[in-house]
Design a protein around this ligand. Structure first.
Ligand code: GLV
Length: 307
């Protein structure tokens, strides 16, 4: 009976250490050193090679290393009838709140101008960037935490989600019309959606045309939410005033990609909210124990909804 960690290109040593410390005696393996495939009972994954999980005949649990599970559900050969769990951690939510406040406030205070001016030792006040309305696409655990934190900081917050949500102080929208209303009102548009067939490409030219030219786009969802060529065009033509991307279709973003040099763009390397290996280890072990003792798992993913 073994737990196999499958995270190609990503250091899993901290996760291995925590799992071994929390459950001494448990067989913890890291792909590609998987050993006998029939001994694998649980797989912890991040961007696993598609088709691989099919090799494990005795698998009882598939656990994402992060909050997102699109990397799992995009595998057409994913074993059926095995629960998939994701990480739900207030720590992830609080990192996301801090990241978004940082990006929004840096823009409001024109920090980029000051970083440039400092190169020239120039002491000169820049105008504050007006606009107090934030539109959030996606009102899951992260979206709700972000929405609440922005309301507490005096922002007007609109949210768009698949079903109507009642959250104090937040204006809820659904459907195509709701999306257009939110886009038109937003000074900052934040994408925090799960990536599903319905949300792929949602950040596109048509949506940008509904937005104010002064609006600023922030994508912390997935690269697949954005039609990147449309954004480059919108930024370079002044259709949108700026954007921040923490996720891109290709990660790492290739040096030749036109996103790097688009006007008023900030790019960060998928760091807005990082999984804590200790929390992941605790949640994996708890769910693994639940599976072994026949109890329902926590933070299970609905495969039909895609999150
Ligand atoms: C990060 O992108 C995550 O899904 O946890």
């Amino acid at each position: 009976m073994a737990i196999l960690i499958i995270m190609p290109g990503r250091d899993s040593s901290a996760l291995q250490q925590h799992l071994r410390k929390l459950a001494p005696g448990l067989d913890i393996r890291a792909w590609p050193e998987q050993g006998d495939p029939d001994e694998i009972r649980c797989a912890v994954t991040w961007n696993h090679p598609h088709g691989l999980l099919r090799e494990f005949n005795n698998l009882t649990l598939i656990h994402s290393f992060g909050a997102g599970v699109d990397h799992l559900l995009q595998d057409n050969a994913l074993p059926v009838d095995i629960p998939i769990c994701r990480v739900v951690d207030p720590g992830l939510a609080s990192q996301m709140c801090q990241y978004l406040q940082c990006i929004i406030l840096n823009r409001r205070f024109a920090m980029q101008t000051y970083w440039q001016q400092q190169q020239e030792m120039l002491w000169q006040a820049a105008e504050r960037v007006p606009g107090n309305s934030v539109g959030i696409l996606g009102l899951g655990k992260l979206g709700e935490a972000v929405a609440r934190s922005l309301v507490e900081n005096g922002f007007t917050v609109h949210c768009w989600s698949r079903t109507e949500k009642q959250v104090n102080g937040i204006i809820s929208h659904t459907g195509t019309h709701g999306l257009e209303q939110l886009a038109a009102s937003a000074d900052y548009l934040v994408c925090l959606l799960p990536l599903t067939a319905e949300t792929r490409g949602i950040l596109n030219r048509d949506l940008f045309l509904k937005m104010k030219p002064s609006a600023y786009l922030i994508n912390v969802g997935r690269g697949g939410h954005l039609l990147e060529e449309d954004l480059v065009q919108a930024l370079n033509s002044g259709q949108l005033s700026g954007a921040c991307l923490d996720v891109t279709a290709s990660e790492p973003l290739p040096a030749s990609d036109p996103l790097w040099t688009a006007k008023n763009i900030t790019i960060t390397p998928h760091i807005s909210s990082l999984s804590d290996p200790l929390v992941v280890a605790e949640q994996v072990l708890a769910n693994y124990q639940r599976r072994l003792s026949g109890r329902p798992v926590e933070n299970a993913v609905n495969r039909d909804l895609g999150y």
